[in-house]
Design a protein around this ligand. Sequence first.
Ligand code: GDP
Length: 195
Amino acid sequence: MKVNDVELVISAVREDQYPNDPLPEIALAGRSNVGKSSFINRMIQRKGMARISARPGKTQTLNFYLINQQLYFVDVPGYGYAKVSKKERQAWGKMMENYFSKRKELKLAVLIVDLRHNPTEDDLLMYDFLKHYEIPVLVIATKMDKVAKTKRPSHLKKIKEALDIEPEDQIIPFSSETGEGKDEAWGAIRSFVGK
Ligand code: GDP
């Protein structure tokens, strides 16, 4: 998809701040430092739009990016960062639950994992959390440029098995560095928003 127009409409902390137009929403989740901001920036062709995190785990807002006046990317705060207080963790959980349990506009969650490694315990919890709410999930295995071509299929297979991915969910290898996987990722996203 050619992205002509991106606007950060709101960084929401509460439900009443979510946009109230009927556009489809794609949520983006991943553990801190996995490469979520880089993924978003590559997908929307904007270098510094989604903040490349200097202080991981600190942004406790849902950032709604309106794309081509057609759909929203909803950037969810990263998880799994150790230096977060119990209070912050609880606030994060509450916000996640609020959004994912009842947001009608949410059509798909993109779960970003690292192609180099097996998913973390937090990755597994996040996948299960999303499936608990019956949300379709697109798994993006990023940083593929850091894995030798011949090793990529076995890494993908391991991640699929560890997450116990449901048959209807897709996994796509990706690199924010080279842009590989971008067209496939947009293809998958578009099939959920009907554009
Ligand atoms: P976030 O915390 O999940 O938003 O992660 P960032 O997007 O800030 O990325 C974390 C680090 O990984 C940064 O140093 C990025 O430059 C690097 N990074 C992210 N994606 C890729 C990728 O596809 N390939 C490579 N080589 N590095 C990446």
